[in-house]
Design a protein around this ligand. Structure first.
Ligand code: NAD
Ligand code: TDX
Length: 350
């Protein structure tokens, strides 16, 4: 049996990765490690919590003793590292927590893997999940390639860039078998409603203003979260040590066009008159240092490992809306309490 550690598995992308691995690989022992910060939610693991090949451990990736103890206990063969502070806006107000989790936490895991695998690296793998934001910001032309120089511009992307560099440094210096992937913006079920799409769904539902930074002209490439999880499965099993793979949807949208499409879907689903939700669009002061455009060239992953996105954006967005409307309690629970304080401070809107 393979013993596989998945960090950040109670979060958005991590929970889809855990679902996929627990169900597809019944002979693996999957250990989900998560500190259950504001972004982590055990309910995200409801599909797997009672499965015999899954164990949950509430620990912090920066806790050296805890990581060593778990390594000894489970003898991990593989690690898929997703645990992170993941929201750009929070990194602007609280950069140190990003350094702590994203940089120190990653180095802590790398160091533990190096010490506890004791140079016996056969059939071992450390897979680090990263973001396209490490490459910086594009103008209207061009795409990010695996060879694009790093140019992080937010505290979040600087912390992820730093962690990527440490992962590669452990490969070059110690021979640790690592693989890295850098993915574009994900969307889908269970995303925390601080991110654009679920925040807008929640606000439209409650007929509250939809806050759009600047003029909504910034462009992101969007990928359905299950397509990201499928890419992670392929890269974990078939990627080459020391290599980087870019993952993207080839699906660029300006924020304002995306929100207009979402408004149309929401009008239809909620039985509101056409155009009602668009009235909620509210332009607000731009995000500090707001990157203009991200676009990913994922041809290496498509060519080498045969991956491709499975859904059209319109289909994926509709499925996402359906999930949030069907999971009212999930959304209501996490948008009460601390979320209200965050929202008020961040947006200062009604
Ligand atoms: P998320 O914020 O939804 O989940 C992060 C999870 O990590 C949470 O469950 C949280 O409790 C856990 N966590 C945070 N700090 C921890 C710590 N110190 N110790 C242990 N667990 C901790 O994030 P997400 O959107 O699912 O992103 C997952 C990963 O994918 C991150 O590494 C992120 O940088 C990367 N990524 C995200 C996107 C995206 O669009 N969301 C795109 C590309 C890459
Ligand atoms: O209220 C908002 N209004 C708004 O206009 C929010 C929350 C966002 N935006 C804009 C900012 C971005 O241009 O929408 C776009 C998307 O914003 P986010 O959902 O916050 O994502 P982004 O900043 O692009 O980063 C995401 O993609 C890469 C994830 O949060 C990262 O974890 C991932 O690495």
């Amino acid at each position: 049996m393979k013993s596989l550690l998945i960090t950040g598995g109670a979060g958005f992308i991590g929970s889809h990765v855990v679902d996929l691995f627990v169900n597809k690989y019944p002979d693996y022992q999957i250990i989900t490690l998560d500190a259950l910060t504001y972004a982590g939610n055990l309910e995200n693991l409801n599909n797997v919590l009672s499965k015999p090949n899954h164990i949950f451990e509430k620990e912090d990736v920066t806790d050296t003793n805890a990581i060593h103890r778990l390594f000894e206990k489970y003898q991990f063969d593989g690690i898929i590292h997703l645990a992170a502070e993941s929201h750009v806006d929070r990194s602007i107000t609280d950069p140190l927590s990003f350094v702590r989790t994203n940089v120190l936490g990653t180095v802590n895991l790398l160091h533990a893997a190096k010490e506890l695998w004791k140079n016996a690296y056969e059939d071992k793998r450390f897979y680090h999940i990263s973001t396209d934001e490490v490459y910086g910001s594009l103008s209207q032309e061009g795409k990010f390639h695996e060879t694009t120089s790093y140019d992080p511009r937010s505290p979040y992307s600087a912390s992820k860039a730093s962690s990527d560099h440490f992962v590669r440094a452990f490969h070059h210096t110690f021979g640790l078998p690592v693989v890295v992937s850098n993915c574009s913006n994900n969307y889908g079920a269970r995303q925390f409603p601080e991110k654009l799409i679920p925040l807008a769904i929640n606000n439209i539902k409650h007929q509250k203003p939809i806050p759009i930074y600047g003029r909504g002209e910034n462009i992101r490439d969007w990928l359905y979260v299950n397509d990201h999880a499928a890419a992670i499965d392929l890269i974990f099993h078939h990627g080459v040590n020391g290599e980087t793979y870019n993952i993207g949807g080839n699906n660029e949208w300006s924020n304002i066009s995306l929100i207009r499409l979402l408004c149309k879907i929401m009008d239809k689903k909620l039985g509101r008159v056409s155009g009602a939700s668009e009235q909620l669009i509210t332009f607000i002061t731009d995000r500090a240092g707001h990157d203009l455009r991200y676009a990913i060239d994922s041809s290496k992953l498509q060519h080498d490992l045969g991956w491709k996105p499975s859904l059209l954006f319109e289909e994926g967005l509709e499925k996402t809306v359906d999930w949030y409307l069907a999971n009212e309690k999930w959304l209501d629970d996490i948008t009460s309490g601390a979320y209200q304080q965050y929202y008020k401070k961040q947006y200062n809107l009604k």
